[in-house]
Write a protein that binds this ligand. Structure first.
Ligand code: GAL
Length: 380
């Protein structure tokens, strides 16, 4: 009787541990499956939307918006780590919302599109993100900055900006550098409004307070200079601004890019000395056709290359919106286009579309793949 008991306990143990193994195995990935549920090492769908990646010493860190069923920040910015880009471990909350109702990052604010860069001079990790103040919709249009001594945080919130207050863009006409006159915006969407916009009516309107900053990314150039790239002027025009040496402030050196071009969700990468940018148009959570641009330097001039997506659903960027372009470590010319397939009715279910950048006649191209892995870059 005892023997039977011991034997059945043993069988139970073996069965349950093999079951655990099975579960673990189920969450080990060796390929990307764009648009599918992507589980972290605990078995939960990764919660890192509008994200960006920072790489150091064999580890990738993925920062992204924690989302519940709505799009507000109730938790903060999550960070995950990975050695192989397929399997991600949740490291925790990089930057948590604050309880204090007077804090700019109080629960219920909007914290979007977090991006982390490392500052060699100060030894600090610097996190920038799009901040909207609680209860004010998207009208604050600010960018927030936080720092940490480690890539996983916790990051300490420093402050937020309307960038470049009292600074004219470098590529602004002398005649445009004038005081804002009430009424010079004009009636929205009319030809006159567009003409005024191109000539800088919104820049003049926001000259004292600082320029609007919504969808954004940050980029560190080869010489260590960092740039903040954001949708401004009521999302009509991109601004590219140089950051100070410590990456915590704006130098006031900035340019307008594609004035009136209505770009958001910017993502930048560099190949063979040329800079490429992918953006989306302005349709909120709904997908639209991506755009691509090329320049010889970050500050421009940026020239349009057209929609980088090809094939079925290219006009909707495969139902996604750009967020980051990741250079794969140790591989030449290997870049991953990272995008969000938003689920505005249940944000936590938002999916990740990661696809390799391909090239055709010097143009970055994105094609759909149900499944792919990093060997793609060795074969193509
Ligand atoms: C999108 C933007 C998202 C979020 C959303 C809000 O266009 O890319 O980051 O801000 O609008 O509607």
């Amino acid at each position: 009787m005892n023997k039977i008991r011991i034997l059945s306990i043993l069988i139970l143990i073996i069965f349950s541990s093999s079951n655990i193994n099975c579960q673990n195995r189920a969450h080990r990935y060796s390929a990307f499956h764009p648009g599918k549920i992507w589980k972290d090492s605990d078995g939960n769908h990764i919660n890192a939307h509008g994200g960006g990646i920072y790489y150091e010493d064999g580890t990738y860190y993925w920062y992204g918006e924690h989302k519940g069923d709505d799009s507000k920040a109730h938790v903060g910015i999550n960070v995950y780590s990975s050695k192989d880009l397929y399997n991600w471990k949740k490291e925790g909350i990089a930057l948590a919302v604050e309880k204090d109702p007077n804090s700019e990052i109080t629960a219920g604010s909007v914290m979007e599109r977090p991006k982390v860069i490392y500052n060699k001079k100060t030894g600090k990790y610097v996190l920038w993100f799009h901040l909207e103040l609680k209860g004010k919709g998207y009208s604050a249009a600010r960018t927030g900055v936080a720092i940490s001594d480690t890539p996983t945080g916790p990051f300490k919130y420093l402050k937020s900006y309307r960038p470049n207050a009292r600074k004219w863009p470098k590529n602004f006409k002398e005649s445009s550098k004038r005081e804002f006159k009430k009424g010079e915006i004009g009636e929205w969407w009319t030809d006159q409004w567009k003409k005024n916009l191109l000539e800088g009516s919104f820049v003049r309107r926001d000259f004292e307070e600082g320029q609007m900053s919504r969808d954004m990314t940050v980029y560190v150039d080869k010489d260590g200079t960092a740039y903040h790239i954001h949708s401004s002027e009521e999302n009509q025009t991109l601004h590219i601004s140089e950051l100070t040496d410590d990456y915590l402030n704006f130098t006031g050196n900035w340019v307008r890019v594609q004035a009136g071009g209505q770009n958001e969700a910017p993502a930048i990468f560099e190949k063979d000395g040329k800079y490429y940018m992918v953006t989306s148009g302005l349709t909120g959570w709904d997908p639209n056709a991506a755009r691509s641009f090329v320049a010889d330097s970050i500050m421009g001039k940026w020239s349009a290359l057209g929609n980088p997506a090809e094939g079925k659903d290219a006009d909707k960027t495969f139902h996604s919106q750009s967020t980051f372009i990741l250079p794969v470590e140790g591989k030449d010319d290997a870049f991953i286009f990272m995008a969000d397939r938003w689920k505005p009715n249940n944000h936590i279910d938002g999916r990740y579309i990661w696809l390799p950048i391909e090239w055709e006649n010097g143009k970055p191209i994105i094609k759909w793949k149900d499944e792919w892995d990093l060997s793609f870059f060795d074969e193509n």
